[in-house]
Write a protein that binds this ligand. Structure first.
Ligand SMILES: [Zn+2]
Length: 423
């Protein structure tokens, strides 16, 4: 498969900018990476769910990204990602986006029709047998049962991805956008061999996929660290990278195909494993970080004290009062311990430093409170409802907020994942 003219570079970072005010501060983190000698390109991602909750339009994300790029003189690639779209939701993303995360998780487990399944199995008998993946001492074995079970579990999802892809190609023109297939928002992790057979199906659907987002084992809660076995994750991501290298070679997928890690942000304990795996396989990664930039806005407001701190406290009180409603859309990706949430009355008495150390994701700070952080992470609807009251304070405290946004993205994410911890 020929590589498209619009190619996602080896290292890319997905950044969320819920209120479209931090694109410049986010881009600055990529500029720091470039100054440190590594090209990491930004991809501004925002899902339909976020747009619906905030009441925003994808075109606004594009405008903010373009303006930041222009103002800071960024000459490398950058993208706007229609995050987790499907046939029903893609339309308003078509014009402003050039990266499409085709979400097929809802179709996983749904069965394609019998003829499609048996046809796939017949055409892929050649996969059955030993497969030698880079970095694995022993050859692994693709069994006939594995091919069948992937066909039964994932073929409907891949066929759906093909349908979405063909719509995109018809609208945008072949090669004018990056296509990702995401399977992360589902219950069980895919094994590296399942991934390999899934990639065979994607190749057969003629989707020039540049990034694929499997579900890894362990929990990827929003805005907090990984919960799971880091050594197992490390083996899994290495085999996934090896499976991708194999698929590029044998299934004629784009040569820049790479893993997309939908991290939900802040997976600090697996960042060294991701870096090590990339070095080992000379592979790239797309690291999607989700909307923690919004939390840096809150931290910046709290740091600014006065009215801004008061507003941050008010947002907490509202989020506390509406926790059930705010958490519902994110139920599978948050773990809030209600007993650990401070009462709004208590928070009202907090100093600027008390608020920021409870919220900032610094595990060395005893005051860090992951339950409070997760509640505020899903609480952006409260700020969206405040409208100009919130946005005006973002603008009047821009400098301190921007410093927090840039430092967080660069030091806590880009440095460990793309620079191996060396600034
Ligand atoms: Zn995702």
């Amino acid at each position: 498969m020929n590589d498209s003219p619009v190619n996602l570079p080896k290292y890319s970072i997905g950044v969320g900018d819920r209120f479209a005010h931090q694109a410049k501060a986010q881009l600055k983190a990529c500029i720091f990476a470039a100054q440190a000698g590594v090209e990491v390109v930004p991809v501004w991602n925002k899902s339909n769910r976020e747009h619906l909750i905030i009441g925003s339009e994808p075109a606004l994300t594009r405008a903010a990204a373009d303006a930041a790029v222009k103002e800071l003189g960024w000459t490398k690639a950058y993208f706007c990602d229609a995050d987790h779209i499907n046939l029903k939701t893609v339309d308003r993303f078509l014009a402003p986006c050039d990266f499409f995360t085709i979400d097929v998780a809802d179709f996983i487990g749904e069965k394609a029709d019998d003829a499609a399944i048996s046809g796939f199995i017949e055409r892929h008998q050649h996969l059955v047998g030993p497969v030698q993946l880079q970095g694995s001492a022993e050859p692994l074995r693709i069994t006939a049962e594995l091919v069948r079970s992937v066909a039964e579990k994932f073929l409907a999802a891949v066929l759906h991805a093909g349908e979405v892809y063909r719509k995109l190609e018809a609208e945008k023109g072949r090669g004018n956008f990056v296509a990702e297939v995401s399977m992360d928002e589902t219950d069980s992790a895919q094994t590296p061999l399942e991934l390999l057979v899934i990639l065979a199906a994607i190749a057969e659907e003629k989707i020039p996929v540049q990034t694929i987002a499997p579900k890894f084992s362990g929990r990827f809660n929003k805005g907090v660290d990984y919960v799971g076995d880091v050594a197992q994750f490390s083996r899994e991501i290495e085999l996934d990278m090896a499976a991708i290298a194999y698929a590029i070679e044998h299934f004629h997928l784009p040569t820049n195909l790479k893993l997309s890690v939908h991290s939900g942000s802040d997976k600090f304990s697996i960042y060294p494993a991701i870096y090590a795996a990339m070095q080992k396989f000379n592979a790239g990664v797309h690291l999607k970080t989700a909307g923690t930039t919004w939390l840096e806005e809150l931290i910046g407001l709290a740091e600014s004290d006065g009215d801004a701190l008061a507003l941050a406290k008010e947002i907490y009180a509202e989020a506390f009062a509406h926790q059930a409603e705010l958490c519902a859309p994110y139920a599978t990706v948050i773990d809030i311990d209600l007993a650990k949430l401070p009462s709004p009355e208590e928070v009202k008495g907090w100093s600027s430093a008390q608020f920021t150390s409870a919220l900032r994701h610094d595990v060395n700070d005893a005051a860090y409170n992951s339950s409070l952080r997760q509640l505020l992470h899903v609480g952006f609807k409260v700020a969206a409802k405040m409208g100009p009251r919130y946005l005006d304070l973002l603008e009047s405290n821009e400098a301190v907020i921007a410093r927090n946004v840039t430092t967080n993205l660069y030091e806590r994410h880009i440095v460990p994942v793309f620079l191996g911890g060396v600034r």
